[in-house]
Design a protein around this ligand. Structure first.
Ligand code: 13P
Length: 250
């Protein structure tokens, strides 16, 4: 069960081996001084081993940006949990909007990834979020329901305890356009109540993601139903991770 605020770095397709290792060593030192915040890092697949090694014995969790639910098989380009476990990884991100919208991953495919990852004992960050036209036409909640339904309909207690939801409005990712505190608060409240209704459990932690920076994070993390952030661009330097961690740990 996750009790602290989470600060999750999604490095996407950035930082090579040396840069990943160096930034991780800085984050290990940073994490050692935090009381109420956990740092999780999702490097590109080629750096997972190095990041896990650099973070070994520290409070930092290392994970993958995508995970395949099968143990092995003919799935070109995919990575399985046993492979990640060997490296020391302990969590996976699934359903990131870039996977859904640039690589055509459907709600059902994402749900299969999520369920397989949860059943294997990994922590799982399930990303959900609406596109701009969906928000503007008032379809946000129904889009989120469709993304949540196939995961929540069959959630055991053990799976529930390892699940983290990241609400990332697609229009706020990498655009510098952050959702307003009201939008974040209303949407997180909706996710939380829908989660309870569908799964019968009190909602898991919900992270906000989308143009989070040290300049806007204080107003986001102070919202009740926000348990942390999934950070892209601002997770790529030690300086901004330090600033975000400081705000989170206040
Ligand atoms: P940015 O923080 O760069 O907007 O990316 C958010 C994101 O997609 C994290 O997964």
């Amino acid at each position: 069960v996750i009790k602290k605020n989470l600060l999750v770095a999604n490095w996407k397709m950035n930082l090579g081996l040396g840069q990943s290792r160096e930034l991780t060593l800085g984050l290990v030192e940073l994490a050692g001084g935090l009381k109420n915040t956990e740092i999780w890092v999702a490097p590109s697949a080629t750096s997972i081993a190095a990041v896990c090694t650099a973070a070994k014995g520290s409070a930092i969790k290392c994970g993958a940006q995508n995970v395949h639910p099968a143990k092995s098989g003919a799935f070109t380009g995919e990575i399985s949990i046993p492979m990640l476990e060997e490296l020391g990884a302990t969590f996976g991100i699934v359903g990131h909007s870039e996977r859904r919208h640039q690589f055509g991953e459907s709600n059902q495919l994402v749900a299969n990834r999520a369920i397989g990852t949860l059943k294997s004992g990994f922590f799982t960050i399930l990303c959900i979020g609406e596109k701009l036209d969906e928000r503007e036409s008032g379809a946000t909640n129904s889009v989120l329901k469709e993304q949540l339904d196939p995961v929540l309909s069959d959630l055991s207690k053990e799976m529930h305890e390892r699940l983290v939801i990241a609400y990332e409005p697609v229009w706020a990712i990498g655009t510098g356009k952050v959702a307003t505190p009201t939008e974040v608060s209303d949407t997180h409240a909706f996710i939380s109540s829908y989660y309870r209704e569908k799964s019968k459990f009190e909602c898991c932690p919900i992270l906000y993601g989308g143009s989070v920076t040290p300049d806007n994070y204080a107003s986001i993390i102070s919202i009740d139903a926000v348990s942390g952030a999934l950070v892209g661009g601002a997770s790529l330097t030690l300086a901004s991770m330090k600033a975000l961690a400081e705000i989170s740990d206040r």
